[in-house]
Design a protein around this ligand. Structure first.
Ligand code: HEM
Length: 285
């Protein structure tokens, strides 16, 4: 392209005649997205420069969590209805969001311990530990810890949502039901289990997944489903690991604002698994 052509292109863009500028009776981009609400929700309690980064990283993470829950809830329904192809699309989106959310640790790590200590006291006892969306994600993945139910007793509507999710079947429960529907033998106690109890590994589930991985062509959809679940657990563990290392980098081994031992607590949760048999079978394949 010559210099003259480039100039012509620039002036064509500048002379766009149909750009909308009169919004007296029409909704703008900002109104549609309710940006006034979102962009006025970054109240720095300390007034410290770096508190803006801290607030925005948390808010962005919570927004992504909202979308993860939206997709996961839909995926659970799709699997229940036997619509595996739709669930694959929804679960693939969850993994992509997870890969995105994990990048935020790089941004947060630009904050030094000295900068964080300037405003840490302003947080009081507030901590990500109380993130109800994070717990809803854990519930959807079958990991049921009741402490968040107590934290949100003061908000009746939210408390009810959490209680319902606590008792509902998770992603892995519907995947196991899909194994049974495909004719694979699953112990009846697993199919009728109390969903409010964290999932415990089961031999019949392990044998069923082994069968799927050894007969990929026969069980192609279940095989794909299994790999999508492994993707999600893998990403979640990576998120947990990066969180733990970022916390160590910023506060060392201090106690958390939520009251836990801090890094040692975060190391312990790394051992918790969501889909144990899908990891165990890898040794035997
Ligand atoms: C300076 C940055 C951060 C520090 C120092 C930090 C520190 C901690 C600590 C020490 C805990 C353990 C509970 C406690 O005693 O408070 C925790 C839990 C948690 N944090 Fe953070 N965090 C940071 C950033 C974030 C961000 C950006 C998110 C994103 C939402 C987040 C989400 C969580 C969640 C979900 C938990 C609960 C984990 C679990 O129970 O498995 N944290 N954090």
């Amino acid at each position: 392209m010559t210099y003259g052509d480039k100039q012509k292109q620039v002036s064509t863009t500048a002379s766009e005649k149909n750009i909308h500028t009169d919004f007296t009776n029409n909704m703008t981009y900002g109104e549609y997205l309710q940006l006034e609400k979102i962009l006025s929700s970054q109240a720095r309690l300390s007034g410290h420069h770096d508190e803006m980064l801290f607030i925005i990283i948390h808010q962005i993470s919570e927004l992504w969590m909202k979308l993860i829950l939206h997709e996961m809830t839909a995926a659970i329904q799709s699997i229940k209805q036997g619509d595996m192809q739709t669930s694959f699309k929804q679960l693939a989106r969850v993994s992509k969001i997870q890969s995105q959310i994990i990048q935020s640790w790089d941004v947060l790590s630009t904050m030094t311990p000295s900068e964080y200590m300037e405003f840490r006291d302003s947080l009081g006892q507030a901590s990500g530990f109380q993130s109800f969306q994070y717990r809803l994600i854990e519930f959807a993945l079958g990991y049921k810890t009741p402490h968040v139910l107590k934290i949100y007793e003061k908000d009746a509507e939210l408390h009810q949502t959490l209680v319902e999710a606590f008792h509902a079947p998770g992603l892995y429960d519907v995947a196991i039901q899909a194994l049974a529907k495909a004719g694979l033998t699953i112990h009846p106690d697993v199919l009728a289990r109390d969903y409010s109890v964290p999932y415990e590994p089961d031999q019949t589930v392990k044998s069923a997944w082994l069968e799927v991985y050894r007969n990929v062509e026969t069980y192609w959809e279940l095989y794909q489903l299994a790999e999508k679940l492994v993707d999600i657990e893998d990403w979640l563990q990576q998120w947990r690991f990066r969180h733990m290392k970022t916390v160590e980098r910023i506060i060392g081994f201090k106690m958390g604002t939520g009251g836990s031992s801090g890094v040692n607590y975060l190391k312990k949760v790394l051992d918790q698994r969501f889909f144990p048999e899908l990891w165990d079978i890898r040794t035997e394949l």
